[in-house]
Design a protein around this ligand. Structure first.
Ligand SMILES: NC(=O)c1ccc[n+]([C@@H]2O[C@H](COP(=O)([O-])OP(=O)(O)OC[C@H]3O[C@@H](n4cnc5c(N)ncnc54)[C@H](O)[C@@H]3O)[C@@H](O)[C@H]2O)c1
Length: 477
């Protein structure tokens, strides 16, 4: 499995009943729970949830008539596909109709069987075109295939009239990503890119409340992000589930080894800087309010066997941003040989420091006030940040003699927002709510494209061994 997502454990779904109600049933009269049964009850819960969210956010209420069942297919049922499915099964009102995966004898079978256990009338496909031809009443396709397939899969699904949730990286090529944006515009269908932090309530709170409203960091001058991951052996496969060579070739894989370890191969993906870094570099762009002007980077396959690990296992990159408030620099590191200190992002301004992560396990979120900054009592009272945890004066404890010129260590305030759902659920909910017309996409194709432009250039900078400039036009389509 690629990332922290393995934490999303399978659990009983929120919409156990996959049939027995007409697909265009628009629910009115929600007091009819006994008539509608469990599915109706699940949709009522969805309506209540939508209303609560909308009231909290905009003061408006979604009319109940806008909430209908959505027919969904999963294209790519590997590790991430399963993680997404587990999250979707907790979202009421979804009716799973198809799993498409070329590993028919293993991943496809596993997920089809799982859904059948929950009474969904679900079909398995090897070929996505056949799925699109036969499953005429699909509303949405969720794509979690390897990156080099994303553009083709997403564009063909959009053109077949489906809304698409496509995993990051949007594409391994800018041409592919650009064509995806164009296809979404041409068809008028929704295309959400899987940078799930964009819908994470902690990240939204940090951006909307702490940075935009309260401006607790003052002028942001630097940002930093890292993803440290331990050494990992190559992915294997059970011998009895070997994919025939002819099928592997048909879908662009040279061997079973490459099929199971595609993340390391040039032409299929952009390597760990894209696989891991794109999530967090996306946050640089979001929180710094724009795209960078320059990038320089150093990287290489320093540890693994280059024959099977074509992409750089270690990358350090530095971006320059020209923000509305002035220059900012952002540094990113991905390392795949030591998992110490995990993954998080830091933003430092002249009034404070924000440390935030998607991980609930490590640095979920803290903010530190510079000693010279105005008091934050108002924000503590409003519940935006927790009361400060005073830093112990190390000199007193350890009787160490500190240099008098050292800055006083700032107090830590926890950010009081925890995600109790699986990490991907809010972003998927945002997608399905957008289909229902009750929300706007948090990561539409244009945003995914800007992130792809920002991240893919790191590999160019390493290859060129140069500091490269971005032009503002590069980010626009
Ligand atoms: N948002 C996140 O946090 C996150 C985390 C992990 C992975 N991902 C993304 O999800 C995607 C999948 O990653 P993964 O870890 O699940 O990989 P994986 O190798 O475990 O799964 C890929 C699946 O796609 C299937 N597949 C390959 N080519 C196909 C084709 N042409 N048609 C149909 N099925 C095909 C494979 O058989 C396999 O089951 C990648 O784009 C990855 O970047 C995102």
């Amino acid at each position: 499995m690629g990332e922290q997502d393995k934490k999303d454990k399978p659990s009983p779904p929120g919409n156990e009943v996959g049939k027995a109600i007409g697909r265009r049933d628009i629910l009115q009269g929600l007091s009819t729970v006994p008539v509608l049964g469990l599915f109706g009850y699940a949709v009522k819960k969805q309506v209540d949830y939508e209303n609560a969210r909308l009231e909290a956010k905009t003061g408006k209420t979604a009319p109940a008539s806008q909430v209908s069942d959505i027919h969904v297919a999963l294209l790519g049922g590997g590790d991430q596909g399963e993680v997404l499915l587990n999250s979707m099964m907790k979202i009421p009102g979804l009716r799973f109709r198809a799993i498409c995966d070329i590993w028919t004898e293993y991943n496809q079978k596993k997920l089809v069987n799982r859904l059948k256990k929950f009474n969904f009338e679900v079909n398995g496909y090897e070929d996505y075109q056949e799925m699109l031809d036969k499953e005429k009443d699909l509303d949405a396709v969720v794509i979690a295939t390897p990156d080099f397939w994303h553009a083709r899969h997403a564009i063909d699904c959009l053109r077949a009239g489906k809304h698409v949730y496509c995993e990051k990286e949007m594409s391994n090529t800018l041409e592919g990503a650009r064509n995806m944006v164009m296809a979404a515009r041409e068809t008028g269908k929704l295309l959400q890119i899987g940078h799930q932090r964009r819908s994470n309530p902690r990240y939204l709170h940090c951006y909307e409340r702490l940075l935009q409203e309260a401006r607790l960091l003052g002028r942001i001058v630097t940002a930093q992000g890292q993803w440290n991951r331990s050494v990992k052996p190559d992915n294997g496969w059970p011998q009895r589930y070997l994919i025939p060579e002819e099928r592997l070739k048909k879908y662009g894989f040279k061997s079973m080894q490459q099929f199971r370890n595609w993340r390391w191969y040039k032409g299929l993906v952009g390597g760990p800087i894209v696989d891991l870094g794109s999530h967090q570099i996306d946050i640089f762009n979001w929180f710094l309010g724009g795209s960078p002007s320059h990038v320089m980077a150093s990287g290489g396959t320093d540890y693994y066997e280059p024959a099977t690990h074509e992409w750089y296992d270690t990358v350090l990159a530095i971006y320059e941003y020209q923000t509305g408030a002035g220059k900012a620099r952002a540094y990113y590191k991905t390392q795949t040989t030591n998992g110490s200190q995990g993954y998080f992002e830091t933003f430092m301004g002249d009034q404070g420091t924000l440390v935030v992560s998607e991980s609930e396990a490590t640095y979920s979120g803290s903010i530190y006030r510079e000693i010279s900054a105005p008091a934050w009592d108002e924000w503590v009272q409003k519940g935006y940040i927790a009361a400060p945890k005073m830093q112990a004066a190390r000199s007193e404890e350890a009787a160490a003699v500190l240099d008098v010129r050292e800055s006083v260590s700032p107090d830590e305030h926890r950010i009081p927002i925890e995600l109790t759902d699986p990490y991907h659920k809010p972003h998927l909910e945002n997608f399905f709510n957008a289909i229902r017309g009750t929300a706007k996409l948090n990561c539409p194709a244009e945003v995914g494209y800007e992130t792809a432009v920002t991240v893919l250039k790191v590999n160019d900078a390493i290859e060129a061994n140069q500091r490269l400039a971005f032009t503002p036009e590069e980010f626009k389509i």
